[in-house]
Design a protein around this ligand. Structure first.
Ligand code: NAD
Length: 393
């Protein structure tokens, strides 16, 4: 009888698990079901461009039906409420109960507000296509309000966190807002775009020379970086900084970090600070019928002390290992160990600028080559998942 494989999450980890498992398992060997809270697979690494208004939603939200519909994978649109690994059951917010022989948890991460007062209630985040739409619409509505009232808080944007999410977002604002302002009859020099970073520098994953390049490029285009200063509180229209400074702003976007998904951290599988611990074959260290892919797991290099970062490229690769290992779980054989391949890190600084380090020797890229390389890596991913034909333009 066909085994029941249940995949939670249709992001990078979940989608690649489904595609890979189906390559190795026929429909009579396994019934594969994927549950996702959206009907789309979302290209999270490009959300800043939707928030800035330089691409359409269809470019970052690919219908799962188009990616998986002809692959004999059942698609369920629902939100996971509870995982009961000892009963082999998953309960969704619609009240449905799903059972399984093998479970894949690929539920990603959640925003970490670090308990900063007022932040969760008063800020927007960039974790989904609808978040990106909300940011774009909010910024435009505040600019309209500024035009009507002249209230400077409506023309002030504060992005909290100078990691890749925050910096890529301010890069889009710097590129797109001059045009938006022109169309509304607002002088772009009236608009303030702050990126506040608690650490001594933005983008600590990059070498100093590339960080300096990013700061220079974005400052020239109207971004103000405040580094070495943490956000300590937010209200509807203010951001307080550790330095004692207060910025009046009606647009606060928080990109200050991620944490494990609480549904995973609290379900009873072994975890470390909210992220599931895994074996080298990406099985839960407490439940061998539960596999993990993506940010909701914490994966350490063999003998290493620092876990791998929660990135899309690793989630994708974990999904492929898990997809293959599921076929071994069903048919027997030796499972693959997860051995990540790092192709590099690319960050965009708007449409025509970027920075990156690529390849084993960390070759540095900047300017148009970096931004073209980022574009190419997106196209490579889309073609890998057969997503180019799924783009519903
Ligand atoms: P992050 O954790 O990488 O960066 C968050 C930043 O916010 C940190 O620099 C931190 O010092 C800062 N911060 C924390 N608390 C603060 C406070 N109170 N005030 C001001 N600043 C504060 O988060 P991210 O940028 O969302 O990235 C998450 C993961 O996703 C990372 O591994 C990243 O590399 C990856 N990512 C990759 C890309 C890409 O490859 N282009 C794009 C986006 C994200």
């Amino acid at each position: 009888m066909a085994k029941q494989i249940l995949i939670l999450g249709g992001g990078y980890g979940g989608l690649l698990t489904a595609l890979t498992a189906r390559k190795h398992l026929t429909a009579s060997e396994a019934n594969i079901t994927i549950i996702n809270r959206f009907p789309t697979h979302q290209i999270i690494t490009e959300l800043h461009r939707l928030a800035g208004g330089t691409i359409k939603e269809q470019a970052v939200a690919l219908p799962l039906q188009r990616l998986l519909g002809n692959k004999q994978v059942n698609i369920v649109v629902d939100t996971i409420k509870e995982i009961k690994p000892d009963d082999k059951k998953v309960i969704t917010t619609s009240g449905a109960v799903h059972t399984y022989d093998a479970l894949v948890v690929a539920l990603g991460s959640e925003t970490n507000y670090f308990g900063i007062p007022g932040l969760e209630e008063n800020s927007m985040v960039l974790k989904s296509a609808s978040d990106a739409n909300r940011i774009r619409e909010h910024v435009e509505a505040r600019l309209d309000a500024y035009k009507a009232s002249g209230n400077k808080a409506d023309a002030t944007i504060v992005v909290g966190g100078g990691g890749l999410t925050g910096v890529e977002l301010v890069g889009e604002f710097a590129d797109k807002l001059p045009e938006v302002c022109r169309s509304k009859g607002i002088d772009f020099s009236d608009v303030s775009i702050f990126c506040v970073e608690a650490g001594p520098a933005i983008l600590p994953v990059f070498p100093k020379v590339l960080i300096e390049r990013a700061v220079e490029s974005l400052e020239k285009r109207g971004v103000t970086f405040l580094t070495g200063v943490a956000i300590t509180e937010a209200t509807k229209n203010t951001v307080s900084l550790k330095s004692g400074q207060t910025i009046e702003s009606n647009t606060i976007i928080w990109t200050g970090g991620v944490k494990g998904n609480p549904v995973v951290g609290s379900c009873g599988i072994a975890e470390d600070r909210g992220r599931a611990t895994v074996t080298s074959t990406l099985q839960s260290t407490s439940h061998s019928d539960v596999f993990l892919a993506g940010d909701c797991a914490v994966v350490f290099p063999e003998g290493g002390e620092r876990p791998y970062p929660p990135t899309a490229q690793l989630a994708w690769q974990m999904g492929e290992t898990v997809g293959y290992n599921l076929s071994v779980q069903v048919k027997g054989g030796a499972m693959d160990k997860f051995v990540p391949v790092f192709s590099g890190t690319l960050g965009s600084l708007g449409r025509k600028d970027g920075i990156g380090t690529i390849g084993g020797n960390n070759t540095q890229l900047k300017g148009l080559p970096a931004s073209l390389m980022k574009e190419a890596s997106n196209i490579r991913y889309l073609s890998h998942i057969n997503g180019l034909s799924a783009l519903a333009y």
